[in-house]
Design a protein around this ligand. Structure first.
Ligand SMILES: Cc1cc2nc3c(=O)[nH]c(=O)nc-3n(C[C@H](O)[C@H](O)[C@H](O)COP(=O)(O)O)c2cc1C
Length: 322
């Protein structure tokens, strides 16, 4: 993962002085840091605790949970690509109840802001997952509804590729009384109607974006490199796509908070998302190469703000000049 270290090392030489207001607002949620750990890349619980105090992250977004345990896809599940990786983990997880029974307590003890990601194969499964979370909602900062997965009731078309699918899946989760964020897919030309549907369904914010669908082939075997065949591309390779998608939605729907995600490795990458209109960001793939990425990137944003006389990180939000 040479892309992690190849550039901008100078920013990391000295730490920030703490003079910048780094707080972020996502709808009704106030965060001490704008940098969260993205779903699927920070485990289900306190896996990153060995590397940093989880309270230093804006939030830990746990890997997406189904209403029942789910075994995921066949191996191999990950493959390194130029400037990123492609994965077909397939949303493996213990299910909502298994997570509540085994993973929630350590997260509560850590003091982290907990965002639970849920998914379903049908609208009803979204509803059930949300119902299961309701008894523990007092511990949750938000629920991120991952609609970037196949809808078995609609020809396996992704929920997030359909206005109705997105609206109905989000609306079905209203039973859990915490802010709900919709995690959208970048695999669609115009995200604005989808983001609008998420908002109408009750999402307080949207996370843009999940992975881009890709296919990596081993020329020697002439077979796909991943057990499932296709997979999701992530890392720096997708950043310009995600930044553009954030900007599309933030411009068209100024009242809908957007969380930017896709290829953030350094503080300046996050600044791109903020300028494009994101009020906070999530970091995924970079965490695999550097488990402290979430807090390092926060420090780099702060340092960048100091260097550019920016007293409040939030003043960068949507400040793109065209
Ligand atoms: C191995 C892996 C597993 C992931 N699992 C999930 C998941 O369970 N739920 C989800 O919403 N996104 C999942 N994602 C997508 C990330 O949260 C993120 O949206 C995407 O990777 C783009 O950000 P990045 O380039 O910083 O990784 C996963 C990504 C990777 C690389």
């Amino acid at each position: 993962m040479g892309w992690l270290t190849e550039k901008r090392a100078s920013l990391a030489k000295s730490g920030p002085s703490g003079s910048v207001d780094m707080s972020a607002t996502v709808g009704s949620v106030e965060l001490g840091s704008p940098v969260m750990a993205a779903s699927g890349t920070a485990g289900h619980s306190v896996e990153l605790d060995a590397y940093f105090d989880l309270r230093e992250a804006g939030a830990i977004v746990v890997k997406s949970l189904l209403c029942e345990p789910w075994e995921g896809n066949p191996a191999p599940r990950v493959h390194s690509t130029d400037a990123g990786m492609i994965n077909s983990v397939g949303l493996q997880g213990p299910g909502v109840q298994g997570w509540i029974d085994h993973d929630l307590d350590p997260l509560i003890t850590s003091g982290a802001n907990i965002v639970v990601s849920i998914w379903g194969r049908s609208v009803d499964e979204y509803r059930i997952a949300a119902e299961m979370l309701a008894p523990v909602q007092g511990y949750l900062t938000a629920v991120e509804v991952n609609v970037s997965c196949p809808n078995v009731e609609d020809r396996d078309r992704m929920f997030a590729h359909s206005v109705e699918g997105t609206h109905d899946a989000i609306a079905a989760t209203a039973v859990v009384d915490v802010p709900r964020w919709a995690k959208l897919s970048p695999n669609i030309a115009d995200l604005v109607p989808i983001a609008d549907a998420a908002q109408r369904g009750g999402a307080e914010a949207v996370t843009i974006a999940n992975t881009l669908i890709g296919l990596a082939i081993d020329p020697e075997t002439r077979k796909p490199r991943l057990g499932k065949g296709r997979g999701g591309l992530s890392g720096p390779a997708i950043r310009p796509v995600a930044v553009r998608a954030v900007n599309d939605v933030a411009t068209a729907l100024p009242d809908l908070p957007v969380i930017g995600c896709g290829g953030i490795v350094h503080g300046v990458d996050a600044i791109e998302f903020l300028l494009a209109g994101a009020c906070a960001v999530q970091v995924g793939t970079a965490t695999f190469a550097d488990p402290r990425a979430v807090v390092r990137i926060r420090a780099e944003i702060e340092q960048w703000c100091e260097l550019h006389n920016v007293a409040e990180m939030r003043s960068l939000v949507g400040a793109l000049e065209t």
